[in-house]
Write a protein that binds this ligand. Structure first.
Ligand SMILES: [Zn+2]
Length: 73
């Protein structure tokens, strides 16, 4: 059990990525993945016409969203 250098959580040794002969890294795998994701943003989501149509139908079914329930439309 060790503390992560980044998130300060007490974690088992398996949670830290192995660095070969140097033992295990100081930051846990979750923190490494978070930093990697932060560096490289996600690719844009491709448009799905069927999903867009379903969303539009659901929006029309439920009507407009009222920002304040006291307001009358
Ligand atoms: Zn961590």
């Amino acid at each position: 059990m060790r503390n992560c250098n980044a998130c300060q959580r007490l974690l088992p040794d398996l949670a830290f990525p192995s660095k070969g002969r140097q033992g295990r890294a100081g930051t846990c795998t979750v923190c490494v993945n978070d930093r990697r994701r932060y560096r490289m943003p996600l690719p844009p989501i491709p448009r799905d016409p069927v999903q867009i149509d379903l969303n539009n139908r659901a929006d029309r079914w439920y009507g407009f969203v009222r920002p304040n329930p006291g307001w009358r439309i």
